[in-house]
Design a protein around this ligand. Structure first.
Ligand code: MG
Ligand code: MG
Length: 249
């Protein structure tokens, strides 16, 4: 069931979204060669807790980190580690959630570590732009399928593929609510969008095949062919005035 948010709840979602976006921004600013993914995780946790919120992912189904931090062919759900050091040429995805006064925010970005390949640069750019192609369709009266169709159409123009086994999702009192928001779809299909819906649009885009697998740590999702993957996510509210990006700071 899709839970619509009233204006009071939306105000709290805006705050949770702002804290999420700030934590992500601060971690992104710290991305450089030699930094461990655990260090980035600490930045995320420190900021979230300083705002009177708590990291949504910490302890979620037993997840040990405050952020999911995934490098290169890791798609999502990478576990922060002191041993995972960033190197020049890597791309790193940081995924953050903050829980504030009963509501979550959820957002992710992909960062380049120093100078990266042209292919990596293009992937990061196309993934970000595909988010906006999808978000443009997040207006009252459209359907969920319109969002995914716009994302996949854009991504495939560049020869990249969208991950199909993981999708966007409603965000609110729960981190994952209805509806599912796939990064592919059929225009005019799926739930009709109406004011008060809040969900994460989050294209995960691979250079090669869309197929993924899960590592033996039972969390880290990697591309099946070992090629690069990028991620871009915001929590979006559907309003009378168009889509509102709650986690963009
Ligand atoms: Mg996320
Ligand atoms: Mg999400």
């Amino acid at each position: 069931m899709i839970k619509l948010k009233n204006s009071e709840q939306l105000e709290l979602m805006k705050k949770a979204g702002r804290i999420t976006g700030e934590a992500l921004y601060l971690a992104g600013e710290a991305v450089k060669e030699g930094v461990s993914t655990l260090m980035l995780d600490k930045i995320v946790r420190t900021h979230i807790e300083s705002q009177g919120a708590s990291p949504s992912f910490l302890g979620y189904a037993g997840f040990p980190g405050s952020a999911c931090i995934s490098v290169n062919d890791q798609v999502i759900h990478g576990i922060p580690s002191e041993k995972k050091i960033l190197h020049e040429g890597d791309i790193v995805k940081i995924d953050v959630g903050a829980f504030y006064k009963g509501f979550h925010g959820d957002s992710a970005r992909t960062y380049a570590v120093g100078k990266v390949s042209e292919e990596a640069k293009k992937l990061i750019e196309v993934t970000k732009e595909s988010f906006y192609k999808g978000a443009e369709k997040a207006v009252i009266g459209n359907r969920i399928g319109d969002i995914g169709f716009a994302i996949e159409t854009y991504v495939s123009k560049y020869g990249f593929s969208v991950v199909r086994s993981y999708v966007g999702h409603g965000v609110g009192h729960e981190l994952h609510e209805d509806p599912e928001v796939p990064n592919y779809g059929v225009p005019g299909r799926g739930a009709r969008l109406c004011a008060g819906m809040t969900f994460a649009i989050e294209p995960m885009v691979n250079v090669g095949t869309y197929a993924v697998k899960v590592l033996s740590d039972r969390w880290t999702v990697i591309t099946a062919d070992g090629k690069l993957s990028a991620h871009y996510e915001n929590t979006v509210a559907i309003t009378e005035n168009g889509p509102l990006l709650l986690t963009e700071v």
